[in-house]
Design a protein around this ligand. Structure first.
Ligand SMILES: [Mn+2]
Length: 354
């Protein structure tokens, strides 16, 4: 089959049509399909995978398995998987031999945030992140303006006219909400319309429980450290969490700290299993945080993002001495400061310590 990459358009409808047509045409050849999310999957990735699995199975009789690398870290995401009974599995290396057909959602074959073998061609790619090069896939549906990857899948489900089970609808609604900051970042009317159509089928009680989960003591200990450690360099708030229970805490703390009235940018790091995880957030909706963070890494492929959201990680080594960790944290911080043109002469201060 020829390579085919659809261009971004005014609505996700074209992509949704292409997805439905592809599944219909290839239905005899796609099973068993491995649906792969990015590592440490977020609600959008989980919803896109769950929605695609339902569309493939209920619409076309295509069996599939959902897999992810890393962990489901955030308390909200764990609640989402548990309450909506999303059948996800930790990916095993052998599965890339076992499954001839692999669909990537919310990520792309050459991105560093998934374990897909870089030399291999994917069957299907559905993503909202701008592609540096055309993804190596039989069908690539890339839409950088759709708000959330699961919007493409949701539109395909609605177009096909399948009944939307509450579990799937709830996942899709939550995926759209989290990736668009409660629709604030929904750039197109069709994103909001898709959300409203999906919301109609939601389990609102489950949605509320996912959005307001009970949290562990460890969460508050890490949050406390993040607050105490935070330093303000002009409009950039930086905090190094040290060892974290899950890398997802890094982005979560970054999002919480960004609410500080004097912060326009927030950069948070955390150490986890030999890697330094970094999250960068900004209140500037027109900013390209991914570009800023990529410039701060030795290897640009270790970071990525969309709009005001960026994340990345690099190896330091589980046995590395404290100085090595601190050195990496400081060099990253310096590069972000420089990239955001914050003068090194500005005296940083700790805004949350008396
Ligand atoms: Mn996404």
């Amino acid at each position: 089959m020829a390579n085919h990459t659809s261009e971004a358009q005014d609505t996700a409808a074209g992509h949704a049509r292409a997805l439905v047509a592809y599944l219909a045409q290839q239905r005899q050849h796609l099973a068993p399909l491995l649906i792969l999310t990015h590592d440490y999957p977020d609600p959008d990735a989980l919803a896109a995978a769950f929605g695609l699995q339902h569309l493939a199975q209920a619409g076309f009789g295509i069996e599939s398995v959902i897999a992810y690398g890393g962990e489901v870290g955030r308390t909200e995401n764990k609640a989402m998987v548990r309450l909506l009974r999303i059948p996800i599995h930790k990916v095993k290396k052998a599965w890339f031999k076992k499954y001839a057909r692999v669909a990537l959602v919310d990520t792309q074959p050459d991105f560093a945030n998934n374990p897909f073998p870089k030399s291999r061609k994917a069957t299907l790619v559905i993503d909202q992140h701008a592609a540096v090069a055309g993804p190596n896939a039989e069908l690539a549906l890339i839409d950088p303006h759709c708000g959330a990857t699961c919007v493409i899948v949701a539109q395909a489900l609605l177009q096909h006219g399948l009944p939307l089970p509450p579990r799937v609808a709830t996942a899709l609604a939550y995926g759209i909400l989290t990736d668009t900051l409660d629709l604030f970042r929904a750039q197109r009317p069709d994103v909001v319309q898709t959300y409203l159509r999906v919301l109609h089928h939601c389990d609102m009680r489950a949605l509320a429980r996912i959005q307001n989960p009970v949290r562990s003591r460890r969460f508050f200990i890490t949050l406390g450290k993040g607050i105490r450690d935070a330093t303000l360099h002009r409009r950039l708030l930086v905090s190094h969490l040290g060892p974290v229970e899950t890398p997802d805490l890094v982005s979560q703390v970054a999002e919480l700290l960004l609410a500080y009235r004097r912060a326009v940018w927030c950069c948070v790091t955390g150490r986890y299993k030999g890697r330094l995880h970094v999250s960068l957030r900004t209140t500037r909706t027109d900013a390209q945080a991914g570009e800023v963070l990529r410039d701060a890494f030795d290897n640009r492929k270790q970071a990525g993002g969309h709009g005001p959201i960026a994340g990345g990680s690099c190896r330091v080594g589980a046995e590395a001495p404290e100085e090595a960790w601190q050195g990496k944290e400081q060099s990253l911080q310096l590069r972000v400061l420089k990239r955001l043109r914050v003068s090194a002469k500005v005296e940083p201060r700790k805004p949350f310590v008396r």
